[in-house]
Design a protein around this ligand. Structure first.
Ligand SMILES: [Zn+2]
Ligand SMILES: [Zn+2]
Length: 378
């Protein structure tokens, strides 16, 4: 195993360097050895990783004190393996430090710069579909607004018939070097946007943007069984690529509307089934709504609130297998509130046959009895 360089030496800082100095030193090294600026240079990449490792250790108080006392071995003893990840891992760890310089977003590398082909952007569209459409599938017409090549100038950005001239700002190179204190940063030329050439007179329709926003009608096939927040990917329906690059994709995010009666749980639909005391006690034959219209069901005698009744295959088709879930109905026995004298009489009679002592102030009486039974007084 080759000897590792001292972390302070790697960053070129004193052993008592403060956090600010460490950060500054690391930034300089990272910019100098950045893989984007040194394509194919293995040595620069090694230096870039070495600096990231040194910074990772020295910017962490615990690791730094371990390193100060025991050197590289101290860190190994503490389970630190060194910075083994690739360049992109370094960006995810320290990307924030460079965001102001390179325009990274999060850990991602800059893309689409320069003059090469670039893939078009992905687009997202939120599509509201009703419950039945999601259950059984549908075709929805949507209008997408996306950037497309300007037809007037054929995507050149120049006035039709005019010829481009070399950009004077960058001398045709397409990029410029900006000086920030003593750092040099290479960026796309702001005058020609990296193209290296520009038109004296720009296209009147796109004003030199080369692209115009167009509304496009698309037909989206919603497969049966989709659920809320599922995404459909329409390959190649995103924004067109630049300079011959492929188009991006369109992601359609489904927003399934709630149903009046049913609630969805996986592939089952759930609803509440209201039963009268008599229906619940004696059982009944009744019609209930389903996703396919009314269906007749048998209520077994002695059904209680909370009991589940299931109608097989009346749920939602599974989005992959197509097999349908069930309709699950939760029984709810509705206690009558306004009774006629005759109904009261019958219920009292029922209660007497049942052997229970029903007092005139019914509700509270039975509660008292229940409580005293709980207390062991009966
Ligand atoms: Zn330029
Ligand atoms: Zn144009």
């Amino acid at each position: 195993m080759s000897a590792k360089r001292d972390y302070y030496e790697v960053l070129g800082v004193a052993r008592d360097a403060q956090a600010k100095e460490l950060k500054k030193a690391y930034r300089q090294l990272a910019l100098k050895n950045h893989p984007d600026r040194n394509p194919g240079d293995k040595q620069a990449e090694a230096r870039f990783k070495e600096a990231a490792e040194a910074y990772e250790v020295l910017s962490n108080d615990d690791k730094r004190s371990m390193y100060d006392r025991f050197g590289h071995d101290g860190l190994r003893g503490a389970g630190y393996q060194g910075f083994s990840g690739g360049v992109d891992d370094i960006f995810s760890a320290f990307g924030d430090m460079f965001s102001d310089l390179f325009g990274f977003s999060g850990g991602g590398r800059r893309r689409g710069g320069g003059n090469g082909p670039a893939r078009g952007s992905d687009l997202r569209y939120d599509l509201v579909v009703d419950f039945e459409a999601a259950a059984f599938g549908s075709t929805e017409e949507v209008t997408i607004h996306r950037d497309e090549d300007c037809a007037t100038c054929s995507g050149t950005g120049g006035k039709p018939g005019s010829q481009p001239e070399q950009c004077t700002t960058c001398g045709g190179r397409g990029e410029v070097i900006q000086q920030q204190s003593f750092l040099q940063i290479r960026t796309a030329c702001p005058s020609c946007r990296g193209a290296g050439q520009r038109y004296a007179e720009t296209c009147q329709d796109c004003h030199g943007r080369k692209r115009v926003q167009k509304a496009r009608e698309l037909s989206v096939t919603v497969p049966p069984g989709v659920d809320d927040s599922m995404q459909l990917r329409l390959t190649g329906e995103g924004e067109p690529g630049a300079r011959g690059g492929p188009p991006g994709d369109l992601y359609v995010v489904l927003r399934v509307q709630p149903h009046e009666i049913f609630e969805r749980h996986d592939d089952d639909v759930i609803c509440q089934l209201d039963l009268s005391v008599a229906q619940a006690a004696l059982g009944d034959e009744m019609t209930v709504p389903t996703l396919d219209g009314e269906k007749s069901v048998t209520i077994p005698a002695g059904t209680r609130t909370g009991n589940l009744l299931r109608i097989k295959g009346q749920g939602i088709p599974n989005v992959r297998s197509g097999e349908r879930g069930d309709q699950v109905m939760q029984a709810f026995v509705d206690t009558p509130r306004s009774l006629t004298d005759r109904q009261k009489e019958l219920l009292r009679e029922f209660a007497e046959i049942d052997g229970a002592k029903v007092k005139e102030q019914a509700g509270l009486g039975s509660l008292r009895r229940f409580l005293s039974r709980l207390a062991g007084n009966e």
